[in-house]
Design a protein around this ligand. Structure first.
Ligand SMILES: [Zn+2]
Length: 273
């Protein structure tokens, strides 16, 4: 799929709406369709499309562990040097974690000589998640705060106004698509505009969905079993195989790596918190 295939009747098949004076497409036989590939109207970008295709291809072949694509190191890629922000991993000595920037770029870039046993850091992180971070009390508190934030944002938004804006925008976009498809515009100008419009459309649709979303009221009695079940699932994943454990950590940490600090600031902490 290069993009969406826009099927449109030949221009002669466009009629004029009697009541409104607007053009309306008539049903035409498939033989009369003009089909053109228009990558600039693709609903997903080329990069994302390639990634999804690669993922699908990988899943279609039997899973095989390769050194390049799979790591069995639990924390690989999740840690960052607290002193310089570089990667923190096993660089020189197997079984020990240290700042990779210090090794690769020298002590002018990073002065941290911190070196810690991999097994100890893994145990420390897993223990902290189990005992201090993912406790029912913490998750309940976070859920309550999140629901309050959503409710606040929702109260401040006006779905009718957003819908009106989206409708007006779609009229404008359809006019441009129509002109672009018929070759009435300079594609060097209309293609980037269509791409930018697609982003704007997604943004408006996201805002509208958020404004119209039902906000679950905070009900600890109802939510407690749900939270307990979710926690059981995560804790089970953290005791599972390498893939399950790393997937669980990725879901927990998101894009922020854990910062590992030298002794004065013992232990590790979330970046920027
Ligand atoms: Zn460093």
């Amino acid at each position: 799929m290069e993009g969406i295939l826009y099927k449109t009747p030949a221009p002669a098949a466009w009629g004029t709406g009697h009541a409104t004076g607007t053009r309306r497409p008539k049903r035409v036989s498939q033989a009369e369709w003009i089909t053109r590939t228009v990558p600039e109207l693709a609903i997903i970008g080329r990069h994302l499309f390639d990634r999804v295709r690669d993922l699908k291809a990988k899943r279609a072949t039997p899973a095989r562990k390769t050194r390049a694509s799979r790591t069995t190191k639990l924390l690989a890629g999740f840690l960052e040097c607290g002193a310089c922000g570089g990667g923190f991993g096993e660089v020189n000595h197997k079984g020990w974690l240290q700042c990779s920037w210090r090794r690769d770029r020298g002590d002018r870039v990073c002065q941290s000589t911190l070196r810690v046993p991999t097994a100890a850091v893994e145990a420390c992180v897993l223990n902290a998640i189990r005992e201090q971070i993912l406790t029912p009390e913490n998750v309940e508190y976070a859920a309550e705060r999140a629901l309050a934030e959503i409710a606040k944002a929702r109260a401040a938004s006006d779905p009718a106004a957003i819908r009106k804006e989206l409708d007006a925008f779609m009229v404008e976009r359809n006019v441009l698509i129509d002109a672009h498809i018929k070759g009435l515009t300079d594609p060097r100008e209309s293609e980037p505009r269509l791409k930018a419009q697609l982003e704007r459309r997604h943004e408006l649709e996201r805002r509208l969905a958020a404004a119209e979303a039902e906000v679950t009221p905070w009900d600890p009695v109802a939510l407690r079993p749900v939270i307990a079940a979710a926690l059981r699932e995560i804790h089970t994943a953290l005791e599972g195989d390498d893939t399950a454990r790393r997937d669980a950590l990725r879901a927990l940490f998101g894009p922020d790596p854990l910062r590992v600090y030298p002794d004065a600031r013992r232990g590790s902490g979330r970046k920027g918190r």
